[in-house]
Every structure is written in structure tokens, then in C-alpha cells.
Design a protein around this ligand. Structure first.
Ligand code: ARG
Length: 456
């Protein structure tokens, strides 16, 4: 028997049941739903629709149901279509007529929206905390290899030397923007839809702001139709997660490169690598590959939901039930990936020697040579041309660029630029990759990190 069986002559066809039941995946919401129901009950007491005693009975009953779920003893009845109906059914079973009052001035439409906002608010907080941890890990890896440097690349061709900390901070900055987005999404999510009813409010004398305050929402809905049909907060969360996924994917790709024999800039710890079933010598960076791969799934979850939402007329439509699985999946996957990648970076041993050797490639000094000429008043285009010719000679004659410069009567005085690390030290403009600029950058990064982390 369903909650609406009064209206129907026959019971639901099994094929429809299988399609529409959501308890199998939305049971994870039980605790949020119970919090929402308790606040709703207190609101009903507050406006006189339930007596104090009825309210207390219901709150106690709901607490008992929470324990049944958490201890794994909750038994699903065949009629429990979703977690919301299961909890109401059980409350009525346990508390009798009082239980049957719990749904007064409430619809599953505002109930499910409330429950999902509570879940999402919490998930955003958890993801934000995991993001800060990853930022801290990148920063401290840079700090503990403070003088290490490597080539910075454009088009995956060696371009200019960069401090390892500068490189890692580039990822940290993108994660800090992600963190800011998560916190902004959380404040837009933090609006109570409870009291909107099915779509148009109710004739009963309720005060939605009461339950809203109980649940710690920042504010209460202004429009009942918007309250029950809006899933922007889910879409936005999925976007924020997908973008974190994209960032993690880029980091993953980079770790795959760095740990290859070709680059050999770094090694992952044994506890963050896998072996091969056939090739005894293999040590594979699966963690980085999986981080790279997860982004596809996270983007898919976002795309799927946007397509689900795009044609929906106001207000609630059952299509909205399809918001949950992508959200649950993305939250779980991104938390898992953040944790694994944080661990991977913690285990990373950077090979300073190989990386600095690559960064001291004489060609990377070409721009310093041109800029030195600029400092003497040579127009940049002309300097570029002069140095370019010497690069051409070096390539054509297969002679080191450093030697070619040394042998050039006009430019031999710049030979010191080829000393190991010299080009790196010269990168001192604000935000640049060298050690002087790094001091200010590190301060700025920590300021932003502190300000954002204090809002979690
Ligand atoms: N399980 C449903 C969902 O997640 C609950 C809402 C059902 N509301 C309704 N009017 N049929 O969306």
C-alpha cells in the first residue's frame, strides 16, 4: 500500500516500480532527511499545528529511526518508494496517529529539496576541506624542495626555468579558486525550501523561516515554485567538482610525465604505485592515470544533469529524481581522488639533479641573452633576431649554444648567464618563477589560503 493508495484502484506495475523507486540509492540521505523532518516538526509546534507533546513524540521517533538506519536495522517495507516515504511510514508505524501528522503542510517536493540541500551543503564543506589539504600538500612539497627547479614548458617544449615551488603553486592557485567556488556554491545552496509545499505553499499558518533557522540555513525561499524546482545548486556543485576533476586530471597527466623514464623528474612512493602482472621492472603511476580518467566521469555527471534540467516546465517533475545519482557519484569520486592525489604528492620524491640539468639547457638562456641586450638599449626585435641567428648556428653545427655565445666576439661577455641556475635567479618580476619573486608569491598564497580556509 502506498501513501496515495486512496486514489488508485490497482497497485503499481512492477516495471514502473523498478523505474521509479529511489530508496536503493537515496537511503544515504536518511540523516539529512531526519534533520529536516525534525525541524519541520518543531516548526509545526511553533505555529500551533502540533502540541508540544506530539512534537516531542515525533522528534523522539525520528531519532529512533535514525538509530535504526545507522545500526543497519532499518527494514525497508515493500511500499517504501524512497527514503522520505520510508521514514514517514516508519514514524507512523512507531508513533501511530501522531506519526500520520508529520507530513502536515509539507510535500515530498519541498522535503526532497530540503534534504538534498542539507546533503549538498555538507558535501561542499567536506570537498572544501579536502581541497585545502591538497593545497597544503603542494605548498609543503615545494617548501621542502625549496631550491629545486625544472624546465617550464610551453607546447611541451622546454621554455624557461621555474622553481619547483612555483610550478606546484600554479596548481595550488587553481585549487584555491576551486575552493572559493565551492564556498560560493555553498552559500547559494544554503537557502531553505521547506514550507513551499508541493509548489504553491499552503493554507495552513506556517512560518517557513522557523525551520530554516533551525536547520542553519542562511535564508528562506522567496518563491515556492522556484523553491521546489530549482536544482541550480546541484548543477553548480557538479560543475565545481568537474573543474576540480579537470585540475586533478592535468596534475595526473603531469605526474605520468614526470615519473616516466623519459623525464625522470620524480618518483612516487611504493605505496602509491602499482606493479605489472607480467613485467617485473614496472612501477606504474596508476594513481595519476585514474585521477586523469575520473574527470571524464565528473564532466559526464554535470552534462547529464544539465540535459535533464533543460526542458523541464515548472515546478516539480519526476525527472528531478535523476539529480541524485550523479551528485552522489561526483561527491564520492572527487573526495576519493583528492585524497589519493594528496597522498601521491606526499609520497613524491623529486629528482633535483635530473630536473635542474634539463632546466640548465643552454637554449633556455636565449631569452636572457636577448633581454640583456635590451637592457643595453637594443630594441627587442633586433635582439631576438641576433640571438635567434646564434641558436640557428648552434643547431646547424651541432655545437652547444653556450659555446657558440662564448665564441661570439659581441656576446661572449654574457657567458656567465649559462652558469647553472643563473637564468632562474634572473626571473624576478612580480609573480615570476625565480626565488626572489617566490617570497612574495608564497605570502600571497598563504594569505588567500588562510582567508578561504577560515570560511569553511
Ligand atoms: N524520490 C523523489 C525525488 O527524489 C521524491 C519526490 C517525489 N515527489 C513527487 N511529487 N512524486 O525527487
Amino acid at each position: 500500500m502506498t501513501l496515495w493508495s486512496g486514489r488508485f484502484a490497482t497497485s503499481m506495475n512492477e516495471a514502473l516500480w523498478d523505474l521509479s523507486e529511489s530508496f536503493s540509492f537515496d537511503r544515504v540521505l536518511y540523516s539529512y532527511d531526519i534533520d529536516g523532518s525534525m525541524a519541520h516538526v518543531r516548526g509545526l509546534v511553533h505555529c500551533g499545528l502540533l502540541s508540544d507533546l506530539e512534537g516531542q513524540t515525533l522528534v523522539d521517533t525520528l531519532e529512533r529511526i535514525r538509530e535504526e538506519f545507522s545500526s543497519g536495522t532499518f527494514e525497508r517495507a515493500p511500499s517504501d518508494e524512497d527514503v522520505h516515504m520510508a521514514i514517514e511510514r516508519r514514524a507512523t508505524e512507531l508513533a501511530g496517529d501522531v506519526g500520520a501528522k508529520i507530513h502536515t503542510a509539507r510535500s515530498r517536493n519541498d522535503q526532497v529539496a530540503t534534504t538534498l540541500r542539507l546533503f549538498t551543503r555538507d558535501a561542499l564543506t567536506r570537498i572544501a576541506a579536502a581541497t585545502v589539504e591538497m593545497v597544503d600538500t603542494l605548498v609543503s612539497l615545494g617548501e621542502s624542495n625549496a631550491s629545486s627547479y625544472l624546465p617550464g614548458y610551453t607546447h611541451l617544449q622546454r621554455a624557461q626555468p621555474v622553481l619547483l615551488s612555483h610550478h606546484l603553486n600554479a596548481h595550488a592557485w587553481s585549487l584555491l579558486r576551486d575552493l572559493e567556488r565551492l564556498l560560493e556554491a555553498r552559500s547559494r545552496c544554503n537557502v531553505s525550501p521547506l514550507g513551499a509545499g508541493a509548489l504553491a505553499g499552503t493554507s495552513l499558518p506556517i512560518d517557513p523561516s522557523f525551520a530554516s533557522t533551525e536547520l542553519g540555513f542562511i535564508t528562506t525561499f522567496a518563491n515556492s515554485m522556484d523553491a521546489v524546482s530549482d536544482r541550480d545548486f546541484v548543477a553548480e556543485t557538479l560543475f565545481d567538482i568537474a573543474l576540480i576533476g579537470v585540475h586533478l586530471s592535468r596534475m595526473g597527466e603531469e605526474l605520468v610525465l614526470w615519473t616516466s623514464s623519459e623525464f625522470a623528474f620524480a618518483k612516487l612512493g611504493d605505496d602509491f604505485t602499482t606493479g605489472s602482472s607480467m613485467l617485473p621492472q614496472k612501477k606504474n603511476s596508476d594513481v595519476a592515470e585514474l585521477a586523469r580518467a575520473k574527470s571524464g566521469r565528473l564532466i559526464g555527471n554535470l552534462t547529464g544533469l544539465l540535459v535533464t534540467l533543460k526542458g523541464l516546465p515548472l515546478a516539480y517533475n519526476r525527472d528531478l529524481q535523476e539529480d541524485k545519482e550523479p551528485l552522489f557519484d561526483s561527491v564520492r569520486q572527487v573526495l576519493m581522488t583528492l585524497k589519493a592525489m594528496t597522498g601521491a604528492y606526499r609520497s613524491l620524491a623529486f629528482d633535483e639533479r635530473t630536473a635542474s640539468l634539463a632546466a640548465d639547457d643552454p637554449f633556455l638562456v636565449a631569452i636572457d641573452l636577448a633581454e640583456s641586450l635590451v637592457e643595453e638599449g637594443v630594441p627587442f626585435r633586433q635582439a631576438h633576431e641576433m640571438v635567434g641567428k646564434l641558436v640557428g648556428q648552434s643547431v646547424a653545427n651541432d655545437v652547444s649554444f653556450a659555446i657558440v655565445v662564448q665564441n661570439d666576439p659581441e656576446l661572449s661577455r654574457y657567458a656567465h648567464l649559462f652558469e647553472p641556475g643563473a637564468a632562474l635567479t634572473r626571473r624576478r618580476s612580480p609573480g615570476a618563477s625565480g626565488p626572489h619573486a617566490m617570497l612574495r608569491q608564497a605570502e600571497r598564497l598563504m594569505e588567500v589560503r588562510r582567508a578561504l580556509a577560515s570560511r569553511i
